[in-house]
Write a protein that binds this ligand. Structure first.
Ligand SMILES: Nc1ncnc2c1ncn2[C@@H]1O[C@H](COP(=O)(O)OP(=O)(O)OP(=O)(O)O)[C@@H](O)[C@H]1O
Length: 587
């Protein structure tokens, strides 16, 4: 088991080069091949038209204007107009196509991340804050969309125009061309030196946005506690700190992003000056024409102006790369709870076996140490012990929310890890201390994931509930099955939520039913009703009760004491109580 594997904040610290990130971005736009090819053609046509126009202007000056050949001037004028209109159409089409590509990528990317989040194990969510994850799904993906839809093709188009202009400058007059390109070398070196720094500033800015989102999420989630303890000031201060960090990071990113622009302008002006001075000297020595110098100056502009525009797009590019960096790490994660092949089966009459199971959440503190016990089908087992002893951890291991660090858990003689999640969740039902309910009605919540009864009519469902004795529990809700539950489920008491989770678990007919403090918030009358329902379950259902209140476990067939990494069979309730008191005295 690899600890901290899922800590995405830590992964953010290991920066990758732009090329590494771009290579991983490529498959994402690969599906949009047709649109990309079309956008590429329109972009290329636009670049060619933009490049040919100055040549035509220079030619017209030297061959038509200077020779007073007016008809030639008119014809070239109309051709130029046609070229500009065509270039505009190409530009428009390309923007349209890339807008669609950007949205498609955004849509797919968000789906992919969400799907990945569903596959990742619980450890991932313990190691990361949900606010930061939301920020990655919402904001970072949109940074990539913005870059693809608004900048990508323009970016490539500008590079094509620049290369074309550079080729023209060198081929028309090599020495003047080279002189014009010298300042570009300065720009190249400057960009190389600063781009890693710019990207890091943008990555930090995105990280602080994620941190702020996590802070908001935590405050909203714990709002009741904040008010109850009058800790508004504490959370306000915490928010102010992350907001301040985000503000400063955004300013730093802005400074970094806008640094290139003035530097590019400076180098571009230097190039114009060099061409003008050297060009006039060449004309004076009869080695160059006026028309060519004008074309040359336009091409110098065609070379440096894209550079300036690239500088403006550069920040978007760096932000998109930083965003993609943060997203692609999540996409590359694999669940360490994958289904394992069946290596061997053991012959046994026990339904569930813990064989020398050790477990740790963080690799440092061992919660369970070589724990062994066996459970038989159809019996009721109770796990008791002091707070923090490891009872819930045992239940989590049975539900395979985690894998043991060492040792094996066998379910019906087969390694628990070799069952698919469908089969495992069918066999094992779970009622938690604080169950999670979805927005919707009680009916929807109790039939969640239950394919067998999901299409039952209200009447059929009621008959079924009566059969199991569950109908009495619905009396606790004003509108019965149709009672609405809001997203936060705050309209219900904890006890009511536990009742819904109870009905949900019983209706799934699990072979093993685990109740983790599932009745801790329920009154004694209702608790008796639950006991009757549990007794009505098929004889083959194994019940595992985790409880603090000892009256709830008096009918258990066997009691286990869980403490300090060990599980001991306690025999009778009397003996269990005695052991518990001894343990408490020791601690
Ligand atoms: N997700 C987690 N990450 C790290 N440590 C955890 C996690 N969940 C529980 N622990 C630690 O594991 C130990 C056992 O916790 P567990 O919840 O299994 O105890 P418990 O016996 O069920 O306690 P309680 O009776 O209070 O429910 C505790 O020390 C707890 O702090």
């Amino acid at each position: 088991m690899q600890y901290n594997l899922y800590d995405i904040q830590q992964a953010d610290q290991t920066r990758k080069s732009s090329m590494q990130v771009i290579r991983r971005l490529a498959p994402l736009v690969g599906d949009e091949k047709n649109r990309l090819i079309l956008a590429w053609i329109t972009m290329l046509l636009n670049a060619v038209l933009t490049l040919v126009a100055p040549l035509l202007i220079g030619y017209t000056i030297d061959h038509d204007i200077q020779q007073h050949h007016m008809q030639g001037v008119w014809i070239k004028g109309w051709i130029l107009l046609g070229m500009y209109i065509l270039a505009w159409v190409c530009n428009y089409l390309q923007t349209l196509l890339m807008g669609v590509v950007g949205q498609e990528v955004l849509y797919k990317l968000r789906n992919q991340i969400f799907q990945k989040l569903q596959e990742l194990p619980l450890a991932f969510f313990h190691q990361n804050q949900s606010g930061d994850l939301i920020s990655r799904i919402n904001s970072d993906t949109d940074k990539i969309n913005q870059f693809i839809s608004q900048s990508l093709m323009r970016f490539i188009g500008l590079i094509v125009t620049m290369v074309g202009a550079g080729i023209f400058l060198i081929s028309v007059h090599p020495s003047l061309g080279l002189a014009a390109l010298v300042p570009a070398a300065g720009i190249f070196i400057f960009t190389q030196l600063t781009s890693k720094w710019v990207k890091n500033k943008n990555a930090y800015s995105l990280r602080t946005t994620g941190g702020m989102s996590a802070e908001i999420q935590e405050s909203l989630h714990n709002f009741k506690t904040i008010i109850a303890f009058n800790r508004r000031d504490y959370f306000r201060n915490r928010f102010e700190t992350v907001n301040q960090q985000n503000y400063q990071a955004a300013i730093q990113a802005g400074v970094a992003n806008n640094l290139l622009m003035p530097v590019y302008s400076l180098f571009s002006n230097m190039a114009q000056l060099i061409v003008l001075a050297y060009g006039i000297y060449l004309i004076a020595t009869a080695h160059f024409t006026v028309g060519l110098l004008i074309s040359f100056l336009v091409y110098v502009n065609r070379f440096y102006s894209p550079l300036q525009q690239i500088a403006a797009l550069w920040s978007g590019f760096q932000t998109a790369l930083a965003g993609w960096d943060r997203i692609s790490y999540i996409l590359s994660l694999e669940s360490d709870l994958a289904v394992q092949p069946v290596t061997h089966r053991i012959e046994t009459n026990y339904q569930l076996i813990f064989d020398k199971v050790s477990f740790s959440y963080d690799g440092k503190h061992e919660i369970l140490h070589e724990v062994s016990f066996q459970l038989q089908k159809g019996k009721t087992y109770a796990f008791i012990g002091p707070t923090g002893g490891g009872k819930t951890t045992i239940a989590s291991l049975i539900a395979r929310l985690y894998d043991p660090v060492s040792g094996t858990i066998y379910l019906d003689g087969q390694d628990l890890r070799s069952y698919t999640s469908e089969i495992r969740t069918k066999k094992i039902g779970f009622i938690l201390q604080d169950p999670f309910l979805f927005t919707g009605t009680i009916r929807e919540n109790i039939l969640y994931g239950n394919e067998k009864y999901v299409r039952y009519t209200e009447k059929e469902l009621m008959r079924l509930l009566q059969e199991y004795g569950l109908d009495v529990l619905l009396d606790k809700f004003d509108e019965g099955l149709q009672t609405r539950i809001t997203s936060a489920a705050n309209v219900l008491s904890l006890g009511q939520k536990q009742l819904i989770a109870f009905i949900r678990a019983v209706l799934r007919h699990p072979e093993i039913l685990i109740l983790d403090e599932a009745t801790a918030n329920i009154d004694t009358v209702t608790e008796k009703q639950l006991e009757t329902i549990l007794n009505k379950l098929p004889e083959t259902t194994t019940r595992i009760l985790i409880a603090h209140r000892l009256n709830t476990i008096e009918h258990a067939d066997e009691i286990f004491l869980v403490n300090a990494g060990e599980v001991k069979a306690a025999g009778s309730l009397q003996h269990a109580l005695h052991m518990l008191m001894q343990e408490e005295r020791k601690s």
